[in-house]
Design a protein around this ligand. Structure first.
Ligand code: UT7
Length: 323
């Protein structure tokens, strides 16, 4: 028998306020047509004043716990991926722990920007495989609207706020590729590319800062590195792209999503796409897409899924799992 970390619940939360592309036309030299054709984004959600990352995360966590049919105290750990935590410390994860009324276990944040959820899932998988936890709540939650430079049309039209969560639970598998649960992970980073996507402030520099991105440079790395990490992760699980039911990619740009699928030899009807409705929600985008994909009836039990993401660092990676 082989111990596996299986997703037994999923949920998401989006702030109420929806901002259509056309709203930016009033304050910026941009058009709905440009945003749509260059990124695939049509609208995004923005958090209300006072609606912080841990608030979004808590709502998504409650939905995932309800879907799994368990209570907060059944959880051994919370791993929360975010680059937009409420406070410098404590972690947003401990705030979620308190908000859920969870009095045991442990909670911490993971920061790998847009690759955050893939990193968090991989860490949570390791906690389960090593026997340190049996049930882990893995959350991706962001309020990127708080780090936008609203005068920079090349970035502020691309990002949105939201949160998604999964419950990961230890189960015994047969040790085959037919097992439910995480079958392989592949993580990478290369800090030489730190200037391609970063926030020009932080605790040690004494200001919050704004997101800065050389979009076309990131784009160039994205398709290549995403297809490569997805194929590497599949190879580690003794699987190939032909075995994949669903690619659940980080939702940054429809052209990156299409390019990656093409490079992997997969058609777009094997890809869960939510970028049009959410924009780029960084670490929240994959769990949001998993939750929406399940709601739409796309993702079903037994499906082989590859989640892949790239972001600031650069940091990138993929997780292969059977739903
Ligand atoms: O999630 C983390 C990873 N991030 C990403 O994956 C983002 C990757 N990058 C992208 O998605 C794309 O590069 C963008 C959507 C950011 C930009 O698309 P692009 O096709 O790479 O355009 P570009 O940056 O080469 O810019 C083309 C033109 C420029 O004008 P010039 O220099 O050709 O005159 C920009 O100034 O488009 C202009 N532009 C805009 N025009 C209207 C940039 N932003 C806008 C805008 N509206 N909002």
């Amino acid at each position: 028998m082989t111990r596996r970390a299986v997703i037994t619940g999923v949920g998401h939360y989006l702030p109420e306020r929806v901002v259509e592309n056309a709203e930016f036309e009033a304050s910026l030299e941009t058009t709905d047509e440009w945003i749509r054709s260059r990124s695939g984004i049509e609208r995004r959600h923005f958090a209300a004043e006072g609606e912080t990352t841990s608030v979004l995360a808590t709502n998504a966590a409650k939905a995932a716990l309800a879907d799994a049919g368990i209570k907060a105290d059944d959880i051994d750990a919370i791993v929360l991926a975010t680059s937009t935590s409420d406070l410098t410390f404590p972690s947003a994860a401990t705030m979620v722990q308190a908000a859920l009324g969870m009095t045991r276990g442990f909670a911490f944040d993971v920061q790998a920007v847009c690759a955050g959820f893939v990193y968090a899932l991989s860490n949570a998988n390791a906690l389960i495989l090593s026997g340190q936890a049996n049930r882990v709540l893995v959350i991706g939650a962001e309020t990127f609207s708080r780090i936008m430079d609203w005068t920079d049309r090349s970035t502020c039209v691309l990002f949105g706020d939201g949160a998604g969560a999964v419950v990961l639970e230890a189960q015994e598998g047969a040790g085959s590729t037919e097992d439910r649960g995480i079958l392989s992970t592949d993580l990478n980073s290369d800090g030489r590319y730190k200037d391609l996507l970063y926030v020009d402030g932080g605790v040690s520099t004494q200001n919050t800062g704004f997101l800065r991105m050389q979009g076309n440079q990131v784009f160039r790395h994205a398709v290549e590195k995403l297809a490569s990490t997805a194929n590497t992760a599949l190879g580690k699980a003794n699987l190939t792209a032909a075995d994949v039911d669903w690619i659940v990619p980080h939702q940054a740009n429809i052209r990156i999503i299409q390019g990656t699928a093409k490079k992997m030899g997969l058609s777009m009807d094997k890809v869960v796409v939510t970028v049009q409705d959410h924009g780029n929600t960084s670490a929240a985008s994959i769990p949001l897409a998993l939750s929406v994909g399940k709601q739409r009836g796309q993702i079903k039990q037994g499906d082989l899924i590859v989640a892949e993401a790239i972001g600031g660092g650069l940091a990138w990676g993929a997780v292969v799992l059977r739903w």
